[in-house]
Design a protein around this ligand. Structure first.
Ligand code: AMP
Ligand code: GLY
Length: 426
C-alpha cells in the first residue's frame, strides 16, 4: 500500500488524485498545493517556496512527515524549477522529468533543436535573439507565420501573424513591451501548419515508453473553434479517427525523441505530451509538454483501465519495457466552466451552486479556480471547474457532461456548447 503526493493545483491534479484514489494499492493521496475544491476530498498542503535556493524544502519536510512513498508532478513550472532533481537527490521517488529533460517544454528552442537533430517531424523554424534580425526575416518568410516566445508562458506565448504588419507588431510586443517577460528574450518563427490538432501522451522510464490513446483539447474560447486561445475549454477521448496513426506516432515521434533525450544525457522519466498537427497522412509535432495535459488528463485518466499506480510504479522501477496500457471501451468528455471574460479580465468570488441531481450523475467535477468561504465554494479563477462524464458512445458522454455542467451554476458562468462535436464528424 502506497502513499502518494500529487503536485499542482488545477483540475488536472484533481483528476490525477482521483485516479490514484480509485486504486486498491494506494491508501492515501495528498495534493500540494491543491485548491479549496480538491481539499473537499483530499488533504492539501500549501508549501511556501520563499527560499529561492531551496523552493521545495518545505514540501520535502511534509513528504517526510506524511511518509509519502512517491510524488507525481502535474505541472510544468515545478518540473522546470527542478522539483524532481531536488527530491530525488534526497531519496524521494518522483514521476516527472528533471529540469534538464523538462526543457522539452520550458524552452521551445531546446525542443525544436532536439526535434531537428533527431529527425522528429515539425514545422521549419528559425531562432532569433535580436529584434533587428527577426525583423529582417519578415521580408522573406511566408505567411501566416507563427511567432513563439522561447520560455514558459502559460500556453499564451504563441502569436499567429497573418501578414508582415501583424508579425512586426508581434515582435515589438515581445522584444520591446516584454509581453512574455524573460520567456520572450529568444523567439522562434516557424511555418504555419494546416490540419487538425490532437494530443497523445507517453509514459517513459527513461529507456522505454508506452503511449496512450489520442485526445483532443478545445483551445479556442468560442464554439466552432473561434475566438482567442485559452488554456483549454474542454476535451474528449479517444479520438477514433486518429487511432490508425498511433503506431506511426510511436515510431516517428516518441521513439526518436526519447532516444534523443537519452543520448543528450537527460533521459526523460515521466509523462511526455505530444501536441500534434495532423493533415491527411502528415503528422507534425506542434509542441511537447513535460507532463499530462490540462484538460486532456481529465478525459484520458477516467477511461484508463490499467491501474494508474501500476504505471507510476513501472516508471519509478524502470519496468515500462513490455508494459501494456488498457483502456475501457468508452468515451470521456470534459467541459470547462469558466468565468465570463476569461482569458482577459473576469470577476471572482461568485458562489457556485451544485444542483441536487449532481450526486446521482455518473461523472466527476474537477476543481480548478475556486476558493472556500464558510461552507460555500466561490469562483476564484478563469477556468473554474471541469465536468467530466463517461459514456458508451461519444454522444452519451457529451450528453452526460453537459447535464452535469448545467447542474453547476454561478452568475458569470461561461462554457462552450460544442465540446466533443468534432469527434462525431467523419
Ligand atoms: P504551442 O504553445 O506551441 O502549443 O502553441 C499553441 C497553439 O498555437 C497550438 O496548440 C496551435 O493551435 C497553435 N500553433 C502553434 N504552432 C503552430 C504552427 N506551426 N502552425 C499552426 N498552428 C500552430
Ligand atoms: N492542453 C494543453 C496543455 O496542457 O498544455
Amino acid at each position: 500500500m502506497a502513499r502518494v503526493l500529487v503536485v499542482g493545483s488545477g483540475a488536472r491534479e484533481h483528476a490525477i488524485a482521483e485516479s490514484f484514489a480509485k486504486d486498491n494499492s494506494i491508501n492515501k493521496v495528498y495534493v500540494s498545493p491543491g485548491n479549496d475544491g480538491i481539499a473537499g476530498t483530499f488533504d492539501c498542503f500549501k508549501y511556501d517556496a520563499k527560499d529561492k535556493n531551496e523552493p521545495f524544502a518545505e514540501l520535502y519536510n511534509y513528504i517526510q512527515e506524511k511518509k509519502i512513498d512517491y510524488v507525481f508532478v502535474g505541472n510544468e513550472q515545478a518540473l522546470a524549477d527542478g522539483i524532481s532533481n531536488y527530491l530525488e537527490a534526497k531519496g524521494v521517488s518522483v514521476v516527472g522529468p528533471t529540469s534538464e529533460a523538462a526543457q522539452i517544454e520550458s524552452s521551445k528552442v531546446f525542443s525544436k533543436n532536439l526535434m531537428k537533430k533527431y529527425r522528429v517531424p515539425t514545422a521549419d523554424y528559425a531562432v532569433f535573439n535580436d529584434y533587428n534580425e527577426a525583423d529582417a526575416y519578415l521580408e522573406k518568410c511566408s505567411y501566416p507565420v507563427v511567432i513563439k516566445a522561447d520560455g514558459l508562458a502559460g500556453g499564451k506565448g504563441v502569436i499567429i501573424a497573418k501578414d508582415q504588419d501583424d508579425a512586426k507588431e508581434a515582435l515589438r510586443v515581445i522584444f520591446f513591451d516584454k509581453k512574455f517577460g524573460e520567456a520572450g528574450s529568444q523567439v522562434i518563427m516557424e511555418s504555419f501548419l494546416f490540419g487538425e490538432e490532437a494530443s497523445i501522451f507517453a509514459f517513459s522510464d527513461g529507456d522505454s515508453f508506452v503511449s496512450t490513446l489520442f485526445s483532443q483539447d478545445h483551445k479556442a474560447l468560442y464554439d466552432g473553434d473561434e475566438g482567442p486561445n485559452t488554456g483549454g475549454m474542454g476535451a474528449f477521448a479517444p479520438v477514433d479517427k486518429f487511432l490508425h496513426l498511433k503506431d506511426r506516432v510511436d515510431a516517428e515521434i516518441f521513439a526518436p525523441v526519447f532516444r534523443g533525450l537519452k543520448s543528450e544525457g537527460m533521459p526523460f522519466k515521466g509523462v511526455l505530451y505530444a501536441g500534434l498537427m495532423i493533415d491527411g497522412d502528415k503528422i507534425n509535432v506542434v509542441e511537447f509538454n513535460c507532463r499530462l495535459g490540462d484538460p486532456e488528463a481529465e478525459v484520458i485518466l477516467p477511461i484508463l483501465k490499467t491501474s494508474f499506480a501500476d504505471i507510476c510504479e513501472a516508471i519509478i522501477t524502470k519496468k515500462i519495457d513490455g508494459f501494456e496500457l488498457e483502456f475501457n471501451n468508452q468515451y470521456a468528455v470534459g467541459v470547462i466552466s469558466a468565468s465570463k471574460g476569461y482569458p482577459e479580465a473576469f470577476e471572482r468570488g461568485k458562489p457556485i451552486y451544485f444542483g441536487e441531481n449532481l450526486s446521482s450523475m455518473q461523472g466527476s467535477i474537477y476543481f480548478a479556480g475556486v476558493k472556500k468561504q464558510g461552507d460555500a465554494i466561490l469562483t476564484n479563477g478563469g477556468r473554474v471547474l471541469c465536468a467530466t462524464a463517461i459514456g458508451d458512445s461519444l454522444q452519451e458522454a457529451i450528453n452526460r457532461a453537459y447535464e452535469m455542467t448545467e447542474c453547476v451554476q454561478f452568475s458569470n458562468q461561461y462554457y462552450r456548447t460544442d465540446i466533443g462535436q468534432k469527434g462525431l464528424k467523419d
